[in-house]
Each structure stands twice: as structure tokens, then as C-alpha cells.
Design a protein around this ligand. Structure first.
Ligand SMILES: [Zn+2]
Ligand SMILES: [Zn+2]
Length: 191
């Protein structure tokens, strides 16, 4: 069977009506199977019997599914993560591992500190099994933190080039300086 992608309108429809209508009614309206509607709703993080804040679901301007209004508004990924793990610690956010903001399946959610979360969205970092790795700006390879030099205090942040690449770059820089020196000497001699 050919895979049909879910359109934004279909997803919005599920968000809005999944808790009020039967999956069968929604399936009929969207021309999908009941099972497909259940699967999509569950990957959105909506469960028929789940505890949730009042109000129907809607998609925020940033593309997240949320429930409730105003100060009662809660993001679906936070609700789903908390149902399994308890309250999200302060200064932490829930991240969508595959980048799909509407895939609120528990396996796709990761609780990260704000700074870790920022790292991940920079595109240069990833965290696997508790281990961070960074993509080197030079060789484009993923390497562990220890394979990079650090910036001097106080920032102490990781430099964008891995140790190997910085060595090579230093070499190239030195060669270029030497060449420039030779060229200027050569010019002097001709005068
Ligand atoms: Zn994220
Ligand atoms: Zn490198």
C-alpha cells in the first residue's frame, strides 16, 4: 500500500476532534482507516483516556501541539513526557529527537537542560547514550568533546575545529606567513 503523508489540515483536524469524536468518524471524514487515525493521534501524544488540561488541542504558531488556553496552555510534548517521568525539572525543555515537532511519541522525546537544548539545535552537536559529540567545522566529522581544544577562560567553550584540524590549520597558517615573508624579501631585493 502506498504511504499517504498526513497534511497539516488533517493533523489539525485530529488535534481538534480526536477527543470529542470517535476515531471512526474522523477516519470517515478524512478518508483514512480508523487504525491510521489512532496511530497518528497517539504519535501526536493524544490519548482518548489521558489526563489533559481543559480545551481542545491546537497547533501553536511555532508548530507545536498544545492544549488549553492562556496561562493554562501546555505543550503536548511536555504533557506526554511528564505522564511517564514526572515533572520536568526547572530550566529544562522537552526536545523532539527526529525534528518532527508533532511526533510526540515518548520514544521521540528527550528532556534537556536549556543549554543542552540550544546545543542540539545549533546543528553541530548531538547526544547519544549520554555522550556528547560535535561536528568539526573543518573535517565535518562527529567527534567527542575531548577531541577539541577549549577556548580560554572564562568562556571555556569548545573550539569549532577539532585538535587535528587546528594542527593542520596552524601549519597552513605558518606556511602562508613564511611564504609572505619570502615574497616581501624577494620584493626588497629587487629594489
Ligand atoms: Zn528541540
Ligand atoms: Zn576536524
Amino acid at each position: 500500500m502506498k504511504r499517504r503523508f498526513w497534511t497539516k489540515d488533517e493533523i489539525s483536524y485530529i488535534c481538534e476532534f480526536y477527543l470529542e469524536q470517535t476515531a471512526g468518524q474522523i477516519a470517515q471524514k478524512l478518508g483514512r482507516t480508523t487504525a491510521a487515525v489512532h496511530v497518528r493521534a497517539s504519535s501526536l501524544g493524544i490519548q482518548k483516556r489521558a489526563k489533559r488540561p481543559a480545551g481542545t488541542g491546537s497547533i501553536t504558531s511555532q508548530g507545536y501541539l498544545s492544549f488549553g488556553k492562556g496561562h493554562m496552555q501546555r505543550l503536548a510534548q511536555r504533557i506526554v513526557w511528564e505522564q511517564e517521568n514526572g515533572p520536568i525539572p526547572a530550566q529544562h525543555e522537552v526536545h523532539h529527537i527526529d525534528g518532527d515537532k508533532l511526533n510526540n511519541d515518548l520514544s521521540n522525546l528527550q528532556c534537556l537542560s536549556l543549554s543542552e537544548h540550544r546545543r542540539i539545535h545549533s546543528g553541530n552537536w548531538k547526544k547519544e547514550k549520554g555522550q556528547w559529540s560535535r561536528r568539526c567545522t573543518g573535517c565535518k566529522q562527529w567527534k567527542s568533546e575531548s577531541e577539541f581544544h577549549r577556548q580560554r577562560e572564562p568562556s571555556n567553550s569548545i573550539r569549532p575545529y577539532c585538535k587535528l584540524c587546528s594542527t593542520i590549520r596552524r601549519g597552513i597558517y605558518r606556511d602562508r606567513m613564511r611564504q609572505n615573508e619570502r615574497l616581501s624579501k624577494a620584493k626588497l631585493c629587487r629594489v
